[in-house]
Design a protein around this ligand. Structure first.
Ligand code: GSH
Length: 307
């Protein structure tokens, strides 16, 4: 079985969530470094056909959008079932939903610092940084969820830190073994503490020790490849078979459009070939890769018949 390929960039918190899971799972994987914003022609147009968020993962001709689906793939490859939200309790699912949306934005807004500016400056040109700020502001304006304002951000992060400090009676948030929740809570705080080098997290000793515990997992066995390499891998592969139980939805075979329902709602259009309680799979074709199957989570996404 081929390694997971992850399309990601160093300063992306959601990429860090996936990299940390790959470290915990001790998996070999291949990294393709993307730009921080579209256009990313090979990824957006050839592999995913519209979806604009990072990270995206790929195994052969199967492409996985959103860290929820990517986590389920890592769980499957590593036999660590609690990385997949579908195997976790309702309590963990609720925690992750809030942490990956409201708390994530609050973390980003609380992370402004000279250290972050220096790192951003070192990884981009001024023109690209201005484009990135413009792109994210535009994305915020067109989001269909209301994200926390700058004034409420820091109090929300402090309340979150207090909550997880109180939860940490064991090594991980929900007990002795990490679950998806640990990685969902890790990446926003990684952005604040390790990337932006903000010191206020240090007031929470259990949180600090838990962050270090997750950091110590590392990133697994990473090998960097170029986007052309990942396109070639998709071209040489066929999408994996879809189980019969995932081909029972009345819309199977229809042309559909799938998009995130929160922010960055760029749709991907294709033929619905798989549908379960957790996942939609659509088939699309591009001359550079042939047929690929693109996988989306059901929670947080909408599916409509395409005109
Ligand atoms: N729900 C998504 C969120 C991913 C996300 O928001 N990623 C950020 C980068 S860390 C992003 O892509 N922002 C917009 C963009 O780059 O287009 C997931 O879990 O993967």
């Amino acid at each position: 079985m081929s390694d997971l390929i992850v399309h990601q960039y160093d300063m992306s918190p959601f990429s860090e969530k996936v990299r940390a899971m790959l470290g915990y799972a001790q998996l070999p994987w291949q990294a393709v470094t993307t730009r921080q914003m579209p256009p990313r022609p090979h990824l957006d147009e050839v592999l995913v056909g519209g979806y604009r968020k990072i990270p995206v993962a790929q195994q052969g001709a199967d492409v996985f959008c959103d860290s929820r689906v990517i986590s389920a793939e890592i769980a499957r490859l590593s036999e660590k079932p609690l990385l997949a939200l579908e195997n976790c309790s309702a309590e963990i699912n609720d925690f992750v939903q809030r942490t990956d949306l409201d708390v994530f934005f609050a973390c980003i807004l609380s992370a402004n610092s000279k250290a972050l500016a220096r790192k951003a400056w070192a990884s981009s040109s001024l023109a690209d940084l201005l484009k990135l700020l413009w792109d994210r502001a535009k994305m915020g304006r067109t989001a269909s969820v209301s994200v926390v304002g700058p004034r409420q951000a820091r109090p929300m992060v402090e309340a979150h830190l207090q909550q997880i400090e109180a939860m940490l009676k064991d090594d991980f948030l929900f007990g002795a073994v990490p679950t998806n929740a640990d990685f969902a809570a890790y990446h926003g705080l990684w952005f604040i503490r390790d990337l932006a080098e903000r010191s206020f997290v240090a007031k929470y000793p259990r949180v600090m020790a838990w962050l270090d515990r997750i950091k110590a997992f590392g990133h697994g066995m990473r090998r960097d490849i170029g986007i052309e390499g990942s396109i070639q891998i998709a071209r040489d592969a066929r999408p994996r078979a879809i189980a019969d139980c995932d081909r029972q939805d009345a819309r199977i075979g229809s042309l559909v459009s799938v998009a995130p329902s929160d922010y960055g709602q760029k749709p991907t259009v294709g033929t619905l070939v798989g549908a379960s309680a957790h996942r939609w799979v659509i088939a699309r074709e591009h001359p550079q890769v042939g047929v690929v199957h693109v996988h989306f989570p059901v929670p947080g996404f909408s599916l409509q018949k395409a005109p």
